[in-house]
Design a protein around this ligand. Structure first.
Ligand code: PEP
Ligand code: MG
Length: 362
């Protein structure tokens, strides 16, 4: 855990007097959440739930679910994951003690979850009782040439409805239980990733609402929750007025928005970006410092269009740029409500947000 000196705390307190934007952190483990809070984070802006499924006992159940023959098979696998996922969310709500927590529903490139060897197929066969050859054939069919542009984000939620239903149930059960135990008011924020078309969001929202309602009836509790979306594809930014009709908040996923606006793989950019920077074609790495002319213009358009459709739309940024000073300055000018960054960048974000507020509003 970070050791914070008295001087550090004093400077941060001064900065906070001038800051307008909230500073949240990207965190999915209780330890990261605790670190973020120690650094002064005022909530979790992005909990990437896919990171919760890679532990040995979980990944087999995930594979079992993806490769199941039918809905019943998927539900059997998901029933194994539900209590673990509920525990994950309870731990986060406990650390965050009533501060806002945005949970993003599953967004893996599917290939990360597929079995990669015969031994992994065997494990799934053992857990599910299905034939290895059949599992292998299904895994082969799900393989994609371009997974980052493929079956990920909400597309997975649309085609495998039970996954998001399990996650929303786990989340709402956890929120109800922690609220009851602590007496805190918890307002879970449920975030749908990689939306390009408003019908993806409206379709999923109906399912999310149905699960939330069912859990609240079962628990005999009342609880407000928000449903919102990532804006991380150019089409989402261009149609943000339509999307805002269905979304209570937008969080700008500038990692994917940079990737898709430039048509530049976020995983392979190292191959030629240094040459581009050397020759002055690009001044900065756009995955580090927000490209204001292109990606920034899309964010500005989406913010304006979104607010035109919903005046109280909450706006944040949760890509890596949320912890980058130039980018923070840019989103202050747009009047975003919060930035969300890695826990260790929270102090920088607090300081920069204060500087930005002072220079933008002077
Ligand atoms: C993003 O795309 O900016 C984002 C925050 O999501 P991820 O990095 O998990 O794709
Ligand atoms: Mg993304």
């Amino acid at each position: 855990q970070p050791e914070l000196s008295g001087d550090f705390r004093k400077i941060m307190t001064w900065a906070d007097r001038y800051r307008r934007m909230k500073v949240r952190a990207n965190a999915e483990t209780p330890l990261d959440a605790k670190t973020a809070r120690d650094f002064g984070a005022e909530g979790i802006g992005l909990c990437r739930t896919e990171h919760m499924f890679f532990e040995a006992e979980r990944i087999v159940a995930v594979r079992e679910m993806i490769l199941a023959e039918d809905k019943a098979g998927r539900e059997t696998a998901l029933a194994k994951l539900l209590p673990m996922q509920r525990g994950d969310f309870k731990a986060l709500f406990e650390v965050m003690a009533g501060l806002p927590v945005t949970v993003r529903l599953l967004d893996p490139p599917l290939h990360e979850f597929l079995p990669h060897s015969d031994a992994e197929i065997e494990e799934v066969a053992k857990a599910s009782g299905l034939e290895p050859a059949a599992l292998k054939a299904r895994a082969h069919k799900l393989n994609e040439f371009n997974p980052m542009l493929g079956h990920r984000g909400c597309r997975l939620g649309i085609t495998y409805p039970e996954i998001y239903e399990m996650q929303v149930r786990a989340l709402m059960e956890a929120a109800c239980e922690v609220a009851k135990e602590t007496g805190e008011t918890i307002v879970p924020e449920i975030m749908i990733p990689l939306v390009a078309e408003v019908k993806e969001l409206s379709t999923l929202k109906v399912r999310v609402d149905a699960v939330c309602k069912a859990v609240l009836v079962e628990k005999g509790q009342d609880m407000t929750y928000l449903v919102g979306t990532m804006i991380e594809l150019p089409r989402a930014a261009l149609t943000a007025d339509k999307i805002a009709v269905e979304a209570e908040f937008f969080s700008f996923g500038t990692n994917d928005l940079t990737q898709t606006t430039f048509g530049l793989s976020r995983d392979d950019a190292g191959s030629f970006l240094p040459a581009y920077q050397k020759q002055g074609i690009l001044e900065q790495d756009p995955f580090v410092t927000l490209d204001q002319a292109g990606v920034g213009a899309l964010i500005e358009m989406a913010a304006t269009k979104g607010r035109s459709a919903r005046a109280n739309l909450k706006l944040g940024i949760c890509g890596e740029h949320g912890g980058d000073p130039d980018s923070i300055h840019f989103v202050e000018k747009l009047g975003l409500d919060y930035v969300s960054c890695s826990p260790y960048r929270v102090p920088i974000a607090r300081l920069t947000a204060a500087q930005s507020a002072l220079s933008v509003n002077k």
